[in-house]
Design a protein around this ligand. Structure first.
Ligand code: GP9
Ligand code: MN
Length: 620
């Protein structure tokens, strides 16, 4: 008994262990991190420790009250950082980055989404910090709040730093080029941990800020050679097929391809689109390539045929860059250009970015009559949005390029009873259950829109492009998704679920389904060629969807890629026909190519390289 009295445990160590175990628990139960072997599990287990030791360890240089305050405060702060990541992850299956925190103009509109994601039980995420607080207040003879002797403190920090390097070494051997060429944040967090990821992110932030200052024109020459070598001739038959016609583009909020032609509870989800497709070109292997910038990323792809950024939203981080936008090219060819979206114009920094892209007009919230009755969820209902926009469309000088962005089918997928044309699905995910009726609602809105276009005599003079902006159902709903699809959601299936519908309706052209592998990056060259505008000299990463030499190769923003026969994701090569992992031979030739695509495009944006593009070359 007597000896036990002297045995006391350091308060700092208790806090480190509690926070460490909480972190690992969150990894296991909240973050859906793929673990392929015991080594990866081990890395995941140890990765929060070095950071916690280094930061909370500062407490060992303090004693008594000072130590208590420091350790309790640090525990709450680190818990809050982890919790913020949990909330973000629940909706986006992704982790927070610094550029996201600077997007303050989006905050107001995010209210309805955040409300859905947080709850009282979330206090559990702070249970360790609360316990640490209690231990600091309640007198327990077994806990010591003493300062460490310098020799112990030195040993402690040696071990912490040693552990950090050990962790990094193991991770690098599991995943070469981890810190230099990894575009998938899940892999980063899996290897270096949430907190170290934030430190790495801060380093990237500093680096990217410096990149513009250091950039020079020579970098662009190499990239120009690369993109020109990728150029494919447009199809003779389709080049100029829409010359002089209006171009109407509809970006459908969160609509994925898996709903097309399908039913839920025996009811058709997209009855209108299913019919419209029969009379249009339909691309059923078309992928979204967005990341943290969501809708704005899809707009960026459409406009520039460049990849959006792997972290943050390029609409916020690089709105002052020089671009070669689709709007600008159409304007040079006497098109009137407009965007229509019934939301706050500064959401995603759109007003600034559209201005840069050279749009003649942005119709946003003040241009619409929005009230209680015609609003739900994020704002104006799609039916009313299309209805009121017809007036604006009629006023535009022709030919026009008008891009509509819908809103109702946005997470958390709220709908008024009278707008529910089909029933909800029945699964453990309210999100997926509600998704079907809201998609059905957007489908109805589109039907009415097309009827209006016909009534106004605009239908025959316009090509109509309709596509989904990004996924609506994140990996967090895999269980429910698997119930709906009737199959297991493997990483292969997840990648295939990144397909969004893509329709091009051209008056006088018969319907046709085109199954080549394509993506949002291909929109710009396709639309310009349809309008009869040559893009040979443009710097772009996409290829014309109608080109006979279409490359059947798509890179997603996280580095995954899809070819005719294979899907590569999270370091594994899958056979497309079977969905089973393969030895990798069919992916091998493309791995470097995919990395180059992303890194060349990133270099253009970070270095603002298009400012070095010489306009006169375009005329040659
Ligand atoms: C906001 C709307 C939705 O105006 O476009 O944006 P999202 O959250 O999908 O990026
Ligand atoms: Mn969106």
């Amino acid at each position: 008994m007597g000896t036990k009295k002297n045995m006391s445990i350091s308060f700092v160590l208790i806090a480190i262990v509690l926070l460490w175990l909480k972190n690992y628990t969150v990894y296991k139960f909240i973050f859906d991190i793929d673990i392929e072997n015991t080594m990866q599990e081990f890395i995941l287990f140890i990765n929060p420790l070095s950071f916690l030791m280094i930061v909370l360890g500062i407490g060992i240089f303090m004693a008594g009250r000072k130590q208590k305050i420091f350790v309790v405060a640090t525990s709450f702060i680190t818990s809050f950082i982890l919790y913020a990541n949990v909330v973000y992850y629940k909706e986006f299956s992704d982790f927070i980055t610094i550029p996201l925190l600077t997007q303050t103009s989006n905050m107001g509109d995010l209210k309805s989404s955040v409300g859905e994601l947080i709850g009282w039980t979330d206090i559990l995420y702070f249970s360790d910090a609360l316990l640490i607080l209690v231990l600091a207040i309640v007198k327990t003879p077994n806990i010591s709040f003493r300062k460490y002797k310098s020799v112990y403190a030195a040993a402690f920090y040696f071990s912490a730093i040693g552990l950090a390097f050990f962790n990094l070494g193991l991770s690098e051997s599991e995943r070469p080029e981890l810190l230099t060429r990894t575009f998938d944040r899940e892999i980063l967090v899996k290897n270096i941990g949430t907190y170290n990821h934030h430190i790495y992110d801060a380093y990237l932030q500093t680096k990217t800020t410096a990149q513009r200052a250091m950039a020079d024109g020579n970098q662009l020459t190499e990239i120009e050679n690369y993109t020109r070598a990728q150029y494919t001739e447009p199809s003779k038959e389709m080049f100029g097929a829409a010359k002089g016609k209006n171009i109407i583009v509809v970006s459908m909020e969160s609509v994925q391809e898996f709903v097309i032609g399908q039913t839920v509870n025996g009811q058709e989800i997209t009855p209108f689109l299913n019919e419209f497709i029969k009379d249009s070109y339909y691309f059923d292997n078309f992928y979204h390539q967005t990341a943290q910038g969501k809708t704005s990323d899809s707009e960026f792809l459409l406009e520039n045929s460049l990849y959006p950024l792997g972290r943050g939203a390029v609409f916020f981080t690089h709105s002052g860059n020089e671009y070669m936008s689709l709007a600008e090219r159409l304007k040079e060819n006497s098109y009137y250009t407009a965007k229509l979206h019934a939301n706050n114009k500064s959401f995603w920094n759109r007003d600034v970015m559209y201005n840069n892209f050279g749009y003649d007009r942005l119709y946003s919230l003040p241009d619409y009559e929005v009230n209680e009755e015609n609003s739900v969820g994020w704002g104006m209902k799609d039916v009313d949005f299309f209805d009121q926009s017809i007036q604006q469309l009629k006023e535009m000088p022709q030919p026009f390029f008008a891009q509509y962005i819908t809103l109702t089918n946005h997470f958390p997928f709220e709908l008024d009873e009278e707008d529910k044309f089909i029933d909800e699905f029945d699964s453990n995910s309210g999100t997926l259950n509600r998704y079907f009726p809201t998609v059905r609602y957007t489908d109805e809105a589109l039907k009415l829109f097309i009827e209006d276009l016909k009534a106004e005599g605009l239908y025959e003079d316009s090509i109509i492009v309709i596509y989904g902006d990004h996924y609506g159902i994140s990996e967090n709903h895999n269980k429910a998704m698997s119930q709906y699809l009737g199959k297991e959601i493997t990483p292969f299936v997840t990648t295939q679920l990144q397909r969004v519908p893509m329709i091009i309706h051209i008056p006088g052209h018969e319907g046709k389904t085109i199954s080549s592998v394509s993506a949002q990056i291909d929109l710009r060259p396709t639309l310009l060629n349809l309008a009869g505008i040559d893009t040979k000299q443009d710097i772009q990463f996409g290829t014309d969807l109608f080109s006979e030499k279409q490359d059947n190769f798509v890179v997603l923003r996280d580095g995954s890629f899809i070819t005719e026969d294979a899907v590569y994701t999270k370091g594994v090569c899958y056979d497309k026909a079977t969905g089973e992992p393969t030895d990798g031979a069919s992916c091998e030739p493309y791995i470097e190519h995919a990395k180059n695509e992303l890194s060349y495009s990133d270099q253009i944006i970070y270095g603002d390289l298009l400012r070095f593009y010489r306009k006169d070359e375009q005329q040659q």
